[in-house]
Design a protein around this ligand. Structure first.
Ligand code: C2E
Ligand code: MG
Ligand code: MG
Length: 481
């Protein structure tokens, strides 16, 4: 009997303890509840309370009718603020943004910070879709007003995605995902804007998810990706000076996919890392085999995504691939874009210096489309600039493009760099490009990207290809050889 009594007392005590914890967790002013539901930096609600609030809003809307709007807001270029001014300033900026968001919305609206520079907003009880657009415009204006932090004035913008119940989904997950997808659409549309989630966006999202899974499989299985090689020639010397490796994907149902269809996807996920490793190994092995089979040694150029430069071991990985393929580093070239060298400039600068230290050459791809400064260019360990084909294409029709080509050639000359014109398609383009001082070219006029088994044959028979380029090129070649 007494044992039963003791057990009963214990059970009651346990129940009381659970109840106390539950009450403490629920009270927003208690420390425990506060940490569980509020973001310490801004005082806004956090992801878990946001989820509760949205779920409750959806229950109410199902019962009473009306719209529920979810906005996903991401600060444009926030990373740059952190990198340039430090985290203290970044934190203060986030606090000020949070206060402004709260200030420009109604009391019944909800603002949350999901983490980093990502905020979400819930608007309840609206009747018209356009109203959400008006609120988004107001938010963009408020967030875009200059900030004063210490003695600095900062200007920052945001990108917003909007998803609505019942149009775009009826669950927390669907609406948040929809708003997030639409936010990326705003970024792609040039930032500082808002976009509504639409059915076509949803279809595209699920297509992308499937393609991403397919790509993961393609990389793991190692059977669907392959490389083609496009020769780069010096038309004055009449020689092939290198080949560029370009990835192709033989998709089991969609057929041949070009890099534009999947590289951005690979870059968004981290799939670009294993994919690039596979491609680098493949390119190094191919070049090793060609040289072993008697081809005149030359460089193979591999495109490197910006994402790879965030890996502290990039140089070691490249050195590893070279060693595994038993290829001399001077037969490898890495192509980086201007975007890569301007993003995290110092880190990239160090990586390029180390690459050049092990004997790998680096060229800047699509040159002229980015924002490199001449001072920065001078500090980089690079050996060539590749003129973007958009300028080559317009070298006849647009005075500015011709001026740009001329300027790039002259920059290359003063920095003692090679210069290569990409995408040369016609003899007229070639003639003009040559007249402007560039003799190294790549493009359909010389050769389309080739299957690996055709590379040796091309290099051997390049003299015949020269006949196709016209007498001028042939004569120069004959004179110089
Ligand atoms: P890119 O590095 O600037 O490569 C040159 C692109 O121009 C290639 O397209 C090539 O086929 C194309 N091209 C060459 N000559 C001509 C021409 O005369 N006219 C025209 N209209 N186009 C020409 P592709 O193979 O579709 O590659 C597109 C881009 O995808 C590449 O631009 C590069 O940025 C990226 N990419 C390709 N392979 C890889 C890779 O293995 N890794 C990474 N990270 N990116 C890659
Ligand atoms: Mg390239
Ligand atoms: Mg290019």
């Amino acid at each position: 009997m007494s044992t039963l009594l003791i057990l009963a007392v214990l059970a009651i005590m346990a129940a009381i303890a659970v109840a106390i914890v539950a009450v403490v967790m629920k009270r927003p002013d208690s420390r425990l509840g506060y940490f569980a539901h509020y973001d310490q930096l801004t005082g806004l609600i956090n992801r878990s309370l946001f989820q509760d609030r949205l779920s409750s809003a959806l229950i109410r809307a199902r019962r009473d009718g009306g719209l529920v709007t979810v906005m996903f807001l991401d600060i444009d270029g926030f990373k740059v603020v952190n990198d340039r001014f430090g985290h203290a300033i970044g934190d203060e900026l986030l606090r000020q943004i949070a206060a402004r968001l709260v200030g420009c919305l109604r009391e019944t609206d909800t603002v949350a910070r999901l983490g980093g520079d990502e905020f979400t907003v819930i608007l309840e009880g609206g009747k018209r879709v356009e109203d959400a657009g008006h609120v988004a415009t107001k938010i963009l204006k408020t967030v875009g007003t200059p900030y004063r932090i210490g003695d600095r004035e900062l200007i920052i913008t945001a990108s917003i995605g909007i998803a609505m119940y019942p149009l775009d989904g009826d669950s927390y997950e669907e609406l948040l995902k929809g708003a997030d997808t639409a936010m990326y659409q705003s970024k792609a549309a040039g930032r500082n804007t808002y976009q509504f989630f639409t059915r076509s966006l949803r279809d595209r999202t699920s297509e992308r998810t499937t393609l991403m899974e397919d790509l993961r499989y393609a990389i793991e299985s190692g059977t669907q990706l392959r490389l083609e090689y496009q020769p780069i020639v010096d038309v004055a010397l009449g020689t092939v000076i290198g080949i560029e490796a370009l990835v192709r994907w033989d998709h089991p149902t969609q057929g041949l996919l070009m890099p534009g269809a999947f590289i951005p996807l690979a870059e968004e996920s981290d799939l670009i890392v294993p994919m690039s490793k596979w491609l680098l190994d493949e390119a190094c092995n191919d070049m090793h085999q060609w040289i072993a089979a008697g081809m005149r040694p030359m460089r193979v150029a591999v495109n490197a995504s910006e994402r790879l430069f965030r890996d502290a071991n990039l140089v070691e990985s490249i050195a590893g691939a070279l060693a595994a393929a038993d290829l001399d580093p001077r037969h490898l070239e890495i192509e980086v874009t201007e975007r890569t060298i301007t993003y995290e400039a110092e880190r990239t600068e160090r990586a390029l210096a180390r690459l050049s230290g092990i004997g790998v050459k680096v060229s800047i791809d699509d040159f002229g489309t980015g924002y490199s400064s001449l001072g920065h260019l001078q500090r980089l360990s690079i050996h060539a600039l590749k003129i973007d084909h958009s300028f080559v294409r317009e070298v006849h029709s647009r005075e500015e493009s011709r001026a740009i080509v001329e300027a790039i050639v002259s920059i290359a000359r003063s920095f003692d760099l090679d210069v290569i014109a990409e995408g040369v398609e016609t003899p007229e383009e070639l003639a003009t490009i040559r007249m402007l001082g560039c003799t190294r070219v790549q493009g359909y006029l010389v050769a389309h990207p080739l299957r690996p088994e055709r590379v040796m044959e091309f290099v051997d028979s390049y003299d015949q290809t020269l006949a196709f380029l016209g007498t001028d090129a042939r004569r120069t070649t004959n004179e110089q050889i």
